[in-house]
Design a protein around this ligand. Structure first.
Ligand code: NAD
Length: 428
């Protein structure tokens, strides 16, 4: 988006948009750059369907509680719906719709034969015992069984859910179908049809895209400094790979703050969230930084990989990185995006950078439906080529259209979806 095309929204609106508002605004902006029938754009503003279910759970103390679950299915013109299941107290139908729209764009920018879905249960998973979580998941799988399936809608882990949750979901679905159906969900443990390399994939794709951006902006990775906010699955894997490829990772953080060393940190020695939650600040380093300070460090590449809405209209003017690569989903608010665009700070968007997760989910689904296991080497090498191909498509759009990286990614996605809709037609 060029600054001339940006509207002047109220600060509160642009720093505090809902997922659905953001998804619709991004669609509207991308639509100005593509030659797609306005009827198709109007259709894409709405989900195909949103299913709401009641999920009764017998608690460990014998009481019965009823939770609300959702599955939003945005669009399946290019293939089955695909997207995570979130267990969180703030889950709403609207949020699921917004997030399912992002999944549609993410799958399309990667040219995967999937559309977008998202769902979840309104529950705090920390309040559940393991047994309660299993019973809730199995009942939820039963309640939405008609909506999902390997050719229809394929859930995956998201906030509050993990590989174990997916194994329970797959088992409950399979028991009812009368046949083992691993392709109904992705993100499973490898022993029941999960893919090697799936856990590492979003961080790996962030690192690949950062490496390509470093090269595109004529930097030498051996002389590049990187700061990473969030040292979980995405942040730690991205930081370690970039260090392995020669970059100097000078700062990393978790929820408590970060460590900073201008000579570069040993990222392999710092425990990720999974290895030791909140272990970053316990590491020896010459300096510590707050999460706010980390975002404003003078580095070549900044990777926000923790949570959404951390680069806002308030701090966007002080971002000192030459390139921002979004590891988290939605770390940059739309107001901040405009400010960074005006300051010529390229932001490589989440729907491209962290799409390694859904890409290896696609590989997992391929392995499941073909009953054929891939080695980790094969997964990583196919991920590398899918990421490079998507990077080239988006780069070509940036150069052809004089648009931001975010708009370019949406243009690539929207063109693919629009052409598929035009080819298939609206029926009846
Ligand atoms: P994670 O739970 O493994 O790690 C999150 C990290 O962020 C932890 O180190 C935590 O301490 C830190 N953190 C939490 N709140 C913070 C805050 N306020 N400030 C700074 N640090 C904070 O999570 P993850 O799987 O790495 O996911 C991180 C982001 O990437 C999320 O936005 C997620 O939606 C997105 N994402 C994840 C995947 C995936 O498959 N893991 C795929 C695509 C996108």
């Amino acid at each position: 988006m060029t600054s001339q095309q940006a509207t002047e929204p109220e600060p509160d609106e642009t720093d505090h948009e809902s997922a659905l508002e953001t998804a619709r605004r991004q669609l509207r902006e991308a639509a100005t750059h593509v030659d797609v029938d306005p009827g198709v754009i109007e259709r894409l503003r709405h989900p195909t369907r949103v299913v709401e279910v009641s999920v009764p759970l017998e608690r460990d103390d014998g009481n019965v509680e009823v939770f609300t679950g959702y599955r939003a299915q945005h669009d399946d013109v290019r293939g089955p719906y695909k997207g995570g299941l979130r267990y969180h107290p703030d889950v709403t139908a609207q949020e699921c719709v917004g997030l399912s729209m992002w999944m549609t764009w993410k799958c399309a920018v990667m040219d995967l034969p999937f559309g977008g879905g998202k769902g979840g249960i309104v529950v705090n998973p920390k309040d559940l015992s393991t047994g309660e979580k299993e019973r809730l998941t199995r009942r939820f799988a039963e309640e939405i069984r008609d909506e999902v399936g390997p050719k229809r809608d394929i859930p995956a882990p998201d906030m509050g859910t993990d590989a174990k949750t997916m194994a329970w979901f797959m088992d409950a679905y399979s028991m009812q179908q009368g046949e083992t159906t691993p392709g109904v969900v992705t993100g499973k443990p490898p022993v029941v049809g999960g893919s090697y390399g799936r856990e590492e994939a979003p961080g790996r794709s962030v690192a690949i895209v950062a490496r390509e951006a470093i090269d595109y902006y004529d930097k030498d990775i051996g002389e590049t400094t990187v700061a990473v906010q969030g040292y979980g699955s995405v942040g730690a894997n991205a930081a370690r790979l970039l260090q392995d490829w020669g970059a100097k990772v000078v700062a990393v953080s978790d929820v408590n703050g970060g460590v900073y060393d201008t000579d570069g940190l040993d990222t392999h020695a710092i425990p990720s969230h999974d290895e030791q939650p909140e272990g970053v600040m316990g590491q020896d380093a010459p300096n510590t930084v707050t999460n706010e300070e980390l975002l404003e460090l003078d580095v070549d590449v900044l990777i926000p990989a923790a949570i959404g809405n951390v680069i806002t209209m308030d701090n966007a003017g002080r971002i000192d990185a030459d390139i921002v690569v979004e590891g988290a989903n939605g770390p940059t608010t739309s107001g901040a995006d405009r400010i960074l665009d005006e300051r010529d700070v390229p932001v490589i968007p989440d729907i491209l950078a962290n799409a390694g997760g859904v890409t290896v989910s696609y590989f997992e689904w391929l392995q499941d439906i073909n009953r054929r296991k891939w080695s980790e080497e094969r997964v990583n090498s196919e991920l590398e080529s899918e990421m490079l191909s998507a990077w080239e498509d988006v780069r070509a759009e940036v150069e052809a259209g004089d648009v931001s990286w975010r708009d370019a990614a949406y243009v690539v996605a929207l063109n693919r979806i629009g052409k598929a809709k035009e080819a298939r037609g609206l029926w009846p």
